[in-house]
Design a protein around this ligand. Structure first.
Ligand code: FES
Length: 605
């Protein structure tokens, strides 16, 4: 911002009061251009009050001479064990900020714990994004370090920071160490779902099930598979928003603390450079993130989150960028649920920087990062340490495509299938539908011995989308009916407007848009309707005559929006469909002009 623009920005709010023009000119001539100065340079009653507020918080304002004030947004919470390592991260960040001459101010934000929040942490992702944006707007902060770890904390923090567009770096807390059962390392989520199926058909005992539960509860940290947290943290590295090599480091790694301290130093410099997310979250960096997602065999949730993140920059990535990049980038990371290993071994193989080295020909290496350097420069010193875990492009774990966007009359606005976690024998499959009206209906009937189902049946779950629950929980991996499991059937085609955990697997078609509760075609499907999946042709077709469709549409029960007060009510009214990232209508900019972050009036509160 040049001086003239800065003066306009300042004077526009008539603060400091015009009669104190000398004060204002002094500030301008001192080249002190930080937004926090609007709170602390005034010599009137509000300036005194603002300085007093920090003095009361233990900041020595007698020594204040215009240092950048850096927020640390911390999702640490005892309600969310995935994020409980963030307290030590925050302490290191503070040391770095202080060493670089900044003033750190840590603040808590809602912690979205995937395991305990119901109906789903996804319901609250946009709330976290709003909390971040509004906290950054309302307080005298010049930059921010964002601390997240569990799935939805990662996109929620980033979406808010992009809209606020203050200098920002995001850090994570690391994946948890694997527990062990019967001498085998356990993958978070992935092994839980597998052993649950074993318990349902009596392959393991209740005692063994209890033991697995204890082994899976193996301390702080995010899921140790390539679930949504590992995927999203990795994508932030690829996007230039997180230090390269950080996301996969174990939760108790000393290197993690050292990198966090360096990030504290860096954010102070970023404020001086005025380097903001809009300078490096671009079409190129988003393409790099989508490329990394395919190569990781990443979570399907990343499709929704990246669409929402890009939407905050008024950039469209769905479905075109996923289709184009997905068709040429294979999965080269041998990590569960697509591969065999866990995050500890992926990290030892070189982690995300190594993955990016093997992907160089598919990345835009000129993309800038939070460091101010290009991805190309940052990757110069990186290498793959184990080519069996992070493979060469010519020797992939799964060939491209690893994830496809499907279209057809059942999903006019798209649906997603994670091919890398699905069964090839079902890639071209036609079968009769068995429809569950909602999640409770599915739970009631799925294990009924009289259920009219065989391995050709396509299981359909309605009313599990963004508006339908609300929040679009991870209900898409419908269990295989017990009577089929007992016959050794491990996979079937399943379709819903829901999501599934990044640790899940199966031929599971997700994110059908528009959803049932918004009047999408999925809501009209009935038992024994024929549905065709064709992955090769990216097609999901519902075989229904025009007359029958017209009849069902006419007789459709009137869609009554659930009138809910409070945040769920706001969510149902404002949430966009999965193909638009499930952001809120009023948070997504409609033009580049909407990207301007409105500064608050700084005067008496
Ligand atoms: Fe928190 Fe998986 S449940 S990261």
């Amino acid at each position: 911002m040049d001086l003239a623009a800065y003066e306009k920005w300042w004077v526009g709010y008539d603060y400091p009061p015009k009669k104190q023009g000398a004060d204002r000119l002094l500030i301008l001539s001192m080249e002190k251009k930080l937004r926090s100065h609007r709170w602390f340079y005034g010599i009137n009653e509000t300036g005194l009050q603002h300085k007093g507020a920090l003095r009361s918080a233990g900041i020595n304002m007698d020594k204040y001479s215009g240092q950048p004030i850096i927020g640390i947004a911390n999702t640490w919470s005892e309600l969310n064990s995935c994020n409980m390592s963030l307290r030590s991260v925050s302490e290191e960040v503070k040391k770095g900020i202080l060493e670089a001459g900044g003033i750190p101010l840590e603040f808590p934000v809602i912690s979205l714990g995937e395991e305990l929040m119901k109906p789903t942490a996804m319901l609250y992702r946009n709330l976290l994004a709003m909390e971040i944006e509004e906290t950054l707007r309302a307080y005298p902060l010049d930059g921010v370090i964002l601390l997240g770890n569990c799935d939805k904390t990662i996109p929620g923090l980033l979406m808010g920071a992009i809209s606020a567009n203050l200098p920002a770096i995001q850090l994570n807390g690391g994946p948890k160490k694997p527990g062990v059962f019967n001498g085998k390392k356990l993958g978070s989520g992935t092994d839980l779902w597998k052993y649950w199926d074993d318990l349902r058909i009596g392959k393991i005992s209740q005692d063994e099930w209890e033991e697995i539960g204890k082994s899976l509860s193996c301390g702080f940290g995010s899921c140790n598979t390539m679930g949504t947290a590992s995927t999203m943290n990795g994508l932030l590295e690829a996007m230039g928003m997180m230090p390269l090599g950080l996301s996969t480091l174990p939760v108790d790694s000393p290197e993690r603390l050292a990198i966090s301290k360096d990030a504290g130093k860096r954010i102070v410099t970023m404020v001086k450079e005025d380097l903001k997310p809009s300078d490096f979250i671009t079409s190129s960096s988003l393409d790099n993130a989508i490329t990394a997602c395919m190569a990781l065999g990443g979570s399907t949730n990343a499709v929704i989150h990246l669409t929402a993140i890009a939407g905050r920059r008024n950039i469209s990535v769905y479905p075109e960028r996923f289709e184009e990049i997905g068709s040429r980038v294979p999965c080269i990371a041998d990590v569960q649920p697509t591969g065999k290993k866990l995050m500890d071994e992926f990290n030892d193989a070189g982690g995300i920087p190594a993955l990016l080295c093997n992907l160089k020909d598919h990345l835009d290496l000129t993309a800038k990062t939070y460091t101010g350097e290009t991805l190309k420069n940052l990757l110069k010193s990186q290498k793959v340490k184990n080519q069996t875990i992070i493979r060469a492009m010519v020797d992939p774990v799964i060939k491209a495509p690893t994830l496809v966007v499907l279209h057809g009359n059942l999903a006019p606005d798209g649906a997603v299938l994670k091919v890398s976690a699905a069964s090839p024998h079902l890639f071209s499959h036609t079968g009769p539908a068995l429809v569950f009206k909602n999640y409770a209906d599915m739970l009631d009937r799925i294990d009924d011995p009289l259920l009219d189902v065989d391995e050709d049946t396509i299981l359909v779950l309605q009313n599990a989308g963004p508006k339908g629950v609300p929040g679009m929980p991870e209900w898409g991996m419908i269990p295989i009916p017990k009577k089929l499991q007992e016959k050794g059937i491990c996979d079937m085609v399943r379709i819903s407007d829901s999501r599934m955990s990044g640790t899940s697997f199966g031929t599971v078609i997700l994110h059908v848009a528009p959803e049932s509760a918004a009047g999408g075609p999925l809501s009209l499907v009935q038992d024994n309707d024929i549905i065709e999946l064709n992955v090769q042709e990216r097609k999901i077709e519902w075989k229904i005559s025009a007359e029958e469709l017209e009849k069902r549409t006419k007789n459709r029960p009137v869609l009554q929006e659930k009138i809910l007060r409070g945040y769920p009510g706001l969510y149902i009214r404002e949430v966009l469909q999965a193909n638009q990232g499930c952001d809120f209508r009023f948070l997504k900019p409609e033009s580049d002009e909407d990207l301007i972050f409105i500064q608050p009036v700084v005067g008496r509160s």
